[in-house]
Design a protein around this ligand. Sequence first.
Ligand code: ATP
Length: 510
Amino acid sequence: QELGSSCLSSIGLLPKLENKIKFSDVYAVELLDEGPVCGPWNTRIVVQGKKNSEMHRFAVHVITRSRKHPSQLVPCEYLFGHKDPETCKSLVEHLSACINNEQDRPKNLMVFVHPLCGKGRGCKNWEMVAPLFDRANVNTKVIITKRAGHAYDTLASISDKELKKFDGVVAVGGDGLFNEILNGLLNSRNKTSYPPTPEGFGYFGSTEKCQGYKNDGLNNSTPTSEAVNVMLPVGSNKSDDHEPLLSTGQSVGLDISSLNPNTESSTGDQVPSVSFPNDWFRLGIIPSGSTDAIVLSTTGERDAVTSALLIIFGRRIALDIAQVVRWKSSPSAEVLPTVRYAASFAGYGFYGEVIRESENYRWMGPARYDFSGTMVFLKHRSYDAKVAFLENENSHSLAASAENVADEVQSLQSRRKRSRKTICQANCSVCKETSTPGQDSEDEIPNSSQMIHDNPKWIWSEGRFLSVGAAVISCRNERAPDGLVAEAHLSDGFLHLLLIRDCPLPLYLW
Ligand SMILES: Nc1ncnc2c1ncn2[C@@H]1O[C@H](COP(=O)(O)OP(=O)(O)OP(=O)(O)O)[C@@H](O)[C@H]1O
């Protein structure tokens, strides 16, 4: 695993020249023209005898770690010189073959660049890292986004044949662009189970219990053992939820019914055969946004070059994802589900309005969030909601982070303490023990009580909230459990939040 320099003795142009390079640190190797062996500050020189100007040369590109920030990767170049061109050529060929054999390294990537992200650095960041991909022989198909929803639409309508050409998709932008990519990909290709339909919520007027289903992304729906409510209909009505993630003028949410058997995708094709989870397709982010929360919580380094190098090496990290299913009453009184995925944060109310408002002030850069946050806060809007979330050992910290957001959420906590009770309709021993005499537990029995019965640690709170939000980002020490972790009854519908922990989807960040 080490690239020695037995035939190539070094001359010490740099004080601490390493004479061994770890192969795992090599990201590219290049045959160069004949010429002198010298280079810029980040070039280390290795030559064998003779005059410097007569050398046949090749470069080995490696990574080093920044001394100040050890998690930051810095590209560095070793320049080798030899009098015999064949020696250089065969060494380069050998090294290139070794690199090509590394299965995790991507060969073809689709790259979305958001030119207006963050402080408008999307294109500059891509120009800065593109040579690294070229050098490492990673082919890139670059798409500069022209509008919100561009990346979503491209991926939601891409054919299997086209998608199979790529090892993954990279976002050069912020969390919003990444979430668009995530939703575009999972739109019709996700195999994970949906949360149970809220029982008695009026879907086709049925309150009958039956099994939920699991969409395998392959034209099949299979019943799931954990889903216990109303079966979603096959190929029926379209959702009336046309609210985009941002104002694209096009629907970004996914109508679940379009995933059912025998239905056709938006492109007119059958439901695609490339489905997730699979273990070959991956996502990456080259951080260029205003907050870059996903990158900060995964690689820990908000640095475009570091991310590019991690992508080239094919390094992986699993990511938690939330599947948010929204059941919204339509004017025709039908309840139609819409699915979205979130990799950083899902928010309803205040958070949603801040994001929507902030788009009007993108010219301000990241300061737009503070500005719009203040503007929206001053409106003092609140939302009727009944919220339930799973208690686990970390619930106190989840609630604590919410505490900073608004006084209303503080009241959620205190109310939670006052009226903590576990609820189910099955009259189970857990509920009997915890129910307080005189309390009418019927009032708070949620329709989807089976879930609560299955897990007696659900906490319910009802009232007017400034905002309902959930951080999805996985702090590695504080993990929520897999599965349904929260649900909210809203004035116009119902939200389910399902956590897919260490998502077995393609969700590995390079
Ligand atoms: N060309 C474009 N013009 C306008 N909006 C775009 C364009 N391309 C993408 N968008 C939208 O802009 C939103 C925000 O983009 P992005 O997340 O890349 O940057 P950011 O908001 O500055 O960063 P962060 O999300 O980290 O705060 C995305 O959700 C996307 O829908």
